[in-house]
Ligand binder design. Structure first.
Ligand code: ZN
Length: 231
């Protein structure tokens, strides 16, 4: 006789047809949400995650607006164009911050962008906003960032003021990222922070972006805890 213990596990919800070619990236971003929620970096429906799934024309797979990040399903994503607009009607709503993902995706070699609303990025962004950013130096963990080979590295985390005017914010971010790419004397940026809001980072794929945000969250927490200890 069958009992509840012998009931086969329910099959996951299939991807909507438009997203079925990107099922692997969808599942990777669902896993990102589950882990980030557990770590307190993406509480409630906050945060957004994306993967670049086409280059010409550029298209991003993006978490839809208003979805709980600890309980994402395969139906909680939207495919957007290079301006952050849905590629087709009938999809879930794209988040207000879609354009910021698109701007980060304009940088060379970027294949995934992860945005969290963590406590430390929120607190420290306010404290360091008057200085324009946060400078991290001398930490061994800096070597975990892509392209960094020594702890004797100065990592600049620019901070932008928060606003609901996303096109204006996107223009500021784009100008800063472009300048960093053009100035070969400066190390490439790995992230940007929005004041009292959260952090954006990226990588060539979801795995690399995941590692980068782990490192940056670790370093921000070190900085914050040092400050509370008076160090
Ligand atoms: Zn946000």
């Amino acid at each position: 006789m069958l009992n509840s213990d012998s009931t086969p596990p329910s099959m996951p919800v299939p991807c909507p047809e438009l997203l079925s070619p990107y099922e692997q990236q969808v599942d990777a971003l669902i896993e990102v949400g589950r882990i980030f929620w557990q770590r307190g970096w993406s509480v409630g429906t906050s945060s957004s995650y994306s993967a670049v799934v086409n280059d010409t024309p550029r298209q991003l797979l993006l978490t839809a607006s208003g979805k709980h990040k600890g309980r994402l399903t395969r139906e909680d994503f939207v495919l957007v164009d290079a301006q952050g607009e849905p590629t087709q009607a009938g999809q879930p709503k794209s988040p207000a911050e879609a354009l910021l993902h698109c701007v980060a995706a304009e940088c060379q070699g970027v294949g995934a962008i992860l945005h969290t609303h963590s406590v430390w990025s929120t607190v420290l962004s306010d404290r360091f906003y008057p200085q324009g950013g946060i400078l991290l130096e001398g930490y061994e963990m800096l070597k975990e960032l892509s392209g960094v080979t020594t702890h004797q590295h100065a990592e600049w985390l620019p901070i932008f003021d928060n606003t609901q005017d996303i096109p204006e914010l996107a223009a500021q971010v784009r100008a800063t990222l472009l300048l960093a790419e053009q100035e070969s004397s400066r190390a490439a940026l790995h992230c940007f922070i929005i004041r009292r809001h959260g952090i954006y980072t990226w990588g060539k794929d979801v795995d690399e972006a995941f590692r980068q945000i782990e490192v940056l969250e670790f370093l921000l927490e070190c900085l914050g805890r040092s400050a509370t200890l008076g160090a």
